[in-house]
Design a binder for this molecule. Structure first.
Ligand SMILES: [Zn+2]
Length: 62
């Protein structure tokens, strides 16, 4: 099941909606910002309730 999740781009601050597959477990991937096209590092962790927790970081923060 894909869960829509709103994040803010760490570069331009624009809100971006991503789709998270909570059944896939913890994930770590890069998605280009739809506004400024810079690569956002996404860390997704599934908490005990099965809810995804999403952290968006710029490439330089990693
Ligand atoms: Zn951006």
């Amino acid at each position: 099941m894909l869960t829509p999740f709103d994040i803010s781009c760490p570069y331009c601050g624009e809100p971006i909606e991503i789709l998270v597959d909570a059944s896939a477990g913890d994930q770590h991937y890069i998605e280009d910002c739809q506004v400024c096209c810079r690569p956002i590092t996404l860390s997704i962790q599934i908490d005990e309730d099965g809810e995804p927790q999403v952290t968006a970081a710029s490439e330089n923060d990693v």
